[in-house]
Ligand binder design. Structure first.
Ligand SMILES: [Zn+2]
Ligand SMILES: [Zn+2]
Length: 96
């Protein structure tokens, strides 16, 4: 898979707790297919709280990225509370 941020930079596959994640060496970005985040964070309640804390961030000037699977522009979401994390999430639930 090519990194959605660096375009022609291929990602490497890392294995974490038997889950394969795509990792980009150039920008240190990771791509998670839908469901993989839930698998990574074992506690389901915590995962749900985490996923529900996503809010759409329309004010960011960051360029929208395209989903590597459907090639549609992804939403910028921000995780409320906790650390400042910005996530690009596919509207069609291909991953983040
Ligand atoms: Zn990259
Ligand atoms: Zn997609």
């Amino acid at each position: 898979m090519d990194c959605p941020v660096c375009k022609n930079e291929p990602t490497i596959v890392l294995e974490l707790n038997e889950i394969e994640i795509d990792y980009c060496l150039s920008c240190n970005g990771i791509w998670l297919d839908t469901g993989e985040l839930e698998l990574l964070l074992e506690d389901n309640t915590e995962t749900k709280i985490f996923l529900n804390s996503f809010t759409l961030d329309n004010k960011t000037k960051e360029k929208k990225l395209r989903c590597p699977i459907c090639n549609k522009k992804m939403d910028k979401v921000q995780v409320v509370g906790g650390k400042e994390i910005r996530i690009d999430k596919c509207k069609y639930n291909h991953g983040l």
